[in-house]
Design a protein around this ligand. Sequence first.
Ligand SMILES: [Fe+2]
Length: 281
Amino acid sequence: MQAGEIIEWVAARLGLAASMIPDGGVIVGAAGTEVHGILVTWMATAEVLSKAAGLGCNLVVCHEGFRFEEIPQSPIYRWTAPPAEQPYERPDHPNSVRRRLAEQNNLVVVQIHYGLDRLCIYDDFMPQLGITQVIAGGGYEKVYVLPAPQTADALARHVAGKIGLDCVRLTGDGRKMIARVGNLVGGAALSSNRYWMRKQIEYGAEAIICGESDECAEIFAQEYNGTVLIETSHAASENIGLRRFVRMLKDAYPDLPCEFYDIRRPYHFVCAADFKTQKPP
Ligand SMILES: [Fe+2]
């Protein structure tokens, strides 16, 4: 198998041409490189790249972007006269470290974002929670009915347990009875993706179970029909589908080593009130 073929493999399972998968591609290395082993992960961090090299996996498949991009800030926001900066990344910038690690270890890095959303990530999230019956919407707009109505607090505890998180964030009234829930796995509940949240509320979602959100989106949900938001973790919510992707690859390429690297939620909570510090996940 050549590295670039994995994009075609995913596209074929979606009934699409590889050129129709809109984001990602071969980010580092050559598409024609012969693959000795695959490491699948949510994000190709420096730690992941070192692990891949140690395992002898020369193809790293990631879901999220490889480079941290930033928007140039215009002088009006700089307050002081900006120095004559050139676009550059210091040697210790994560982008530089990642690229160096990949190149020094002859790794090929392939990002498949939308393709993996469609193949496994989006539709694997709710079944992990025991929620399977879609009652409205399609694509990223699905709304499901719960097996039985329950309070938002009870639903949040159930979700945390099923994903293996010690806590989740809940926005809204925890006593509200919930029968219909939306699915905004990954980053789909961020304000930048408001369209999907609005559609799910309009399809009747009383609560939305999501990966990662932000405070503006949480307030939007609350103000729109008092919709409850249960936030888990961007990485943890998408790892469910990525694990299945690894199983699919193992079935398709039984002679090719294929590993999964589990990126965890990167933060933990520290509560000022009782000075108890939760252990990092
Ligand atoms: Fe994501």
